[in-house]
Design a protein around this ligand. Structure first.
Ligand SMILES: [Mn+2]
Length: 285
């Protein structure tokens, strides 16, 4: 398989295999053309990869060494700067190409702005979409653009995918009304706990796609992100929910989005990298 390498791969931290032989295939989407507040998500994939150098491959909690897991990193999608629809098309093509080469590979997308999650959902066709996010992302359009990052959950709901959102603390009335009308369940960050998560997710159809907008976490852990919001979730709260979810439900893929920044060693990227290691670890159990 031929892929585009923008910023190199993750191989400094982990021994990698070819995409054809991998159980997990990482790719980056260095796209941030609709970002409305804090730019830099185009550097998210590179910063997350760089942050993995700081991590141990052994996951203490699971007694799993990621060095023993078959992981590939195919580099970054050749994005179309300023053109979300064309970039979405290219992501879908890449995932389809990957699935032809290796049908059992689980794609892991590193972003990049959240609008691109639509592409993974389109390509992987899950029945449920479970997202951790500060924002509802249910606007019909934002700045006259239906492919803006603030609209991604709405576009996904239009695909007929069942949606649940956790860690929410930002949205407008139109979005709350749309959620009610379409039976989209969401839990405010103030009211979030594992019990509520399980209660909502347990009856959702499989397979599921997991999306983590890094802004779901408390601002102190993720200062470099497109639209930062105070009052977020703690790291272990999210990990515990994901541990339960990955045990209970079939997962077709996941993403970690909206990591931004311009400097190596960025805190937000360190949070994203650690989260990725945990997710690969729990999905390998
Ligand atoms: Mn968000």
């Amino acid at each position: 398989m031929e892929f585009f390498y923008t910023y190199g791969t993750i191989k400094t931290a982990l021994p990698l295999v070819d995409a054809e032989n991998a159980d997990f295939v990482i790719f980056g989407v260095p796209f941030d053309s609709t970002t409305s507040y804090k730019p830099g998500a185009r550097f998210g994939p590179a910063l997350i990869r760089q942050a993995t150098i700081n991590l141990e491959s052994y996951i203490l909690d699971y007694d799993i060494d990621l060095a023993d897991v078959k992981i590939a990193d195919i580099g970054d999608i050749d994005i179309a700067a300023g053109n979300p629809l064309e970039t979405i098309k290219r992501i879908i093509e890449t995932i389809k190409e990957l699935k032809v080469a290796n049908s059992k590979a689980m794609p892991i997308m590193l972003g990049g702005e959240h609008s691109m999650t639509y592409a993974s959902v389109r390509a992987l066709k899950p029945k449920s979409y479970i997202v951790f996010d500060a924002h509802l992302d249910l606007r019909n359009e934002y700045e006259s653009n239906p492919w803006n990052h603030a609209c991604v959950a709405r576009r996904i709901s239009e695909l007929g995918v069942e949606i649940a959102e956790f860690g929410i603390r930002s949205g407008i009335r139109e979005e709350v009304e749309y959620a009610k009308e379409k039976n989209i369940r969401w839990v405010h960050a103030r009211e979030y706990n594992l019990e509520k998560f399980r209660e909502i997710v347990k009856d959702m159809p499989e397979p599921v796609y997991i999306s983590i907008d890094i802004d779901v976490f408390d601002l102190s852990m993720v200062p470099s992100t497109g639209t930062p919001e105070a009052g977020g979730l703690r790291f272990w709260e999210v990990i515990e929910a994901l541990e339960w979810l990955t045990k209970e439900k079939e997962v077709v893929g996941f993403d970690i989005m909206e990591v931004a920044g311009t400097e190596l060693g960025d805190i937000t990227a360190l949070t994203g990298a650690k989260l990725m290691f945990y997710l690969i670890g729990m999905l390998s159990r």
